[in-house]
Design a protein around this ligand. Structure first.
Ligand SMILES: Nc1nc2c(ncn2[C@@H]2O[C@H](COP(=O)(O)OP(=O)(O)OP(=O)(O)O)[C@@H](O)[C@H]2O)c(=O)[nH]1
Ligand SMILES: [Mg+2]
Length: 330
């Protein structure tokens, strides 16, 4: 076990506490996958190693390092302000105490974003609507999610709501065939809301546990396409007033602050209930999770750290923080 300094919820002071450690035997695979973000924050270790005292220059360099890994201004400011406060209070008085304090603030920032997606078995089907801009990993994430639920013994159906590209439908159908999962699709150019409406009817009639609906990638600036998502929701609610039970935005971590902008704008248009952040394995910009946590507070459900089904992991704040800033491991 290892402890870190952590701010009390009441706001004043910091206390020693324990964050769930990452796996201890050998190298944590998550650490390997998050290598780029980890090495981007690794600059912090060099800064501390070279520092004989805590001074303004050190704090400014910490600030720059956090911004470089796409923490965003809001999250970075919060971390640095609190660090300064700890220094003022004399709780952080020497360089070796700086990184545990930064780590504690990182954890504090995204602890609230860790809200696992609970599939309510009384909602049959439990409907997950996937949205996001082009190429972020929506369809791939649907395959990984479906795999996860199948492995849990649940029945799954997919709705090929991306009617924009014929290839998109084929991608989903082929996946469904390989995995024995029914896919509801219509011809290309069909109305997305109609496809998803049909799928919901069919899933209900068959007593399917989980329906996952794909949609075409769209830019948050394309008003008519955002309206289409609102229509999808309205049409679903004719069959089940509570559907969709999850409106999940998928963002690509590699797009950094754009991912934050997408989250902000999709949330305004369609009230997101969760976010999945993909491609964390390929980018040094994992800090964007903290920007999302600090600014939007929308639950981060899953993180994508690779192409296989096992690479979609439920988001665990403590494990994530330790994987990108491994301080205090013994
Ligand atoms: N390395 C890595 N690649 C990923 C991850 N998630 C998705 N991808 C890849 O990202 C690419 C795009 O994925 P899609 O699922 O087709 O993206 P999409 O959002 O459905 O795209 P559109 O339908 O065009 O809007 C694919 O090559 C995926 O394999 C991830 O977590 N890590
Ligand atoms: Mg797709």
């Amino acid at each position: 076990m290892f402890s870190i300094f952590r701010r009390k919820k009441s706001g004043q002071g910091v206390e020693a506490t324990t964050v769930r450690p990452a796996e201890k035997s050998g190298v944590d695979p998550l650490e390997q996958r998050l290598e780029r973000t980890r090495s981007s924050l690794g600059g912090l270790f060099d800064l501390i190693k070279g520092a004989s005292q805590i001074d303004e220059a050190l704090i400014e360099e910490i600030e720059t390092t956090l911004l470089t890994s796409d923490m965003g201004v809001q999250a970075t400011t919060r971390i640095v302000d609190r660090l300064r406060e700890g220094i003022r209070q004399g709780i952080v008085s020497e360089p070796s105490q700086v990184l545990p304090a930064v780590q504690a603030e990182l954890y504090d920032l995204i602890e609230g974003s860790e809200q696992f997606l609970a599939v309510d078995p009384d909602k049959k089907p439990f409907v997950i609507l996937m949205v996001g801009v082009n190429g972020v990993g929506k369809t791939t994430t649907i395959g990984k999610l479906a795999r996860r639920y199948l492995d849990e013994g649940k029945s799954v159906m997919l709705a090929a709501g991306d009617t924009f590209r014929a290839a998109a439908m084929e991608q989903l159908k082929a996946w469904g065939e390989r995995n024995g999962v029914p896919v509801v699709a219509q011809g290309s150019g069909a109305d997305t809301a109609a496809v998803i409406f049909d799928a919901l009817h069919s899933a209900k009639a068959r007593g399917v546990d989980i329906l996952i609906a794909d949609t075409a990638g769209r830019l948050h600036t394309q008003g008519h396409l955002m309206d289409e998502l609102a229509k999808v929701r309205r049409v679903m609610q004719k069959v089940d007033p509570e559907a969709p039970h999850e409106t999940m935005l998928v963002v690509d971590a590699g797009t950094g602050q754009n991912a934050l902008a997408q989250a902000r704008q999709f949330n305004q248009a369609v009230q997101l209930s969760g976010i999945t952040v993909t491609k964390l394995d390929g980018t040094a910009r994992g800090g964007v999770l903290f920007a999302i946590g600090a600014e939007l507070g929308i639950p981060i459900r899953f993180i994508g750290v690779g192409e296989s089904a096992a690479d979609l992991r439920p988001f665990d704040a403590g494990t994530f923080v330790h994987a990108i800033l491994p301080v205090g491991k013994d």
